[in-house]
Design a protein. Structure first.
Length: 202
């Protein structure tokens, strides 16, 4: 998949993406789902790599939708990456366009604020406002009625290595709450968001 990403950037998307999502379906299988970055679930990270990456993500998603592919997208905002191509203003410009074509949207509260301009009211790092999250998600789906699912993780930080974890998901007009994991000891944070996205999509 990483090779496909490099080819897409180099060729500008057009014919190759049409072939991927066209008659053969996605890479020769039924067009069920595609992660917007083609490389992994970090759609927002791929988009932030360059101006060309921004264009590639938008073009690829539009073509995928043309062929009836379900599109999932992880906002995954990284300010240090977006700063090189226009900062938060560029991030919002790109992600607001992407959001028009996405079926499954994933992100934390910072992602939704930075990428799409939606805030969670009354939220604190050590005490989350669940009602604020629910209002935020409802505002997102009102703005983008094409969304079929919106999910966000919930992390209450107790120490650098101990957090409470959970998640909520909007689907079919209602909010679903995951099991809550309290006092979870963290060995390594890397890949936590990707693991959540993978489980949700599966």
């Amino acid at each position: 998949m990483r090779t496909a990403t490099k080819v897409l950037v180099g060729m500008g998307c057009g014919l190759l993406v049409g072939a991927i999502f066209g008659e053969a379906g996605f890479l020769g299988v039924a067009p069920i789902a595609v992660i917007a970055s083609f490389a992994n679930s970090n759609g927002g990270i791929y988009a932030a790599l360059s101006e060309k990456s921004c264009e590639t993500v938008v073009d690829a998603i539009k073509i995928a939708k043309k062929y009836g592919t379900i599109v999932s997208y992880d906002l995954n905002y990284r300010p240090s990456m977006w700063s090189a191509i226009g900062g938060i203003e560029k991030a919002q410009e790109v992600n607001k366009e992407v959001a028009k074509y996405v079926d499954v949207m994933i992100g934390n509260e910072e992602d939704f604020t930075a990428c799409l301009g939606f805030d969670v009211d009354g939220n604190e790092l050590k005490k989350l406002n669940l009602e604020g999250y629910e209002r935020m998600i409802n505002n997102v789906v009102e703005k983008y009625p094409n969304l079929k699912m919106v999910a966000t993780t919930l992390r209450e930080v107790k120490t650098a290595t101990v957090n409470d974890w959970g998640a909520i998901c909007w689907a079919e007009g209602r909010i679903y709450n995951s099991k809550r994991y309290e006092n979870l000891e963290i060995l390594d944070r890397v890949g936590g968001g990707d693991s959540f996205a993978s489980g949700l999509i599966y």
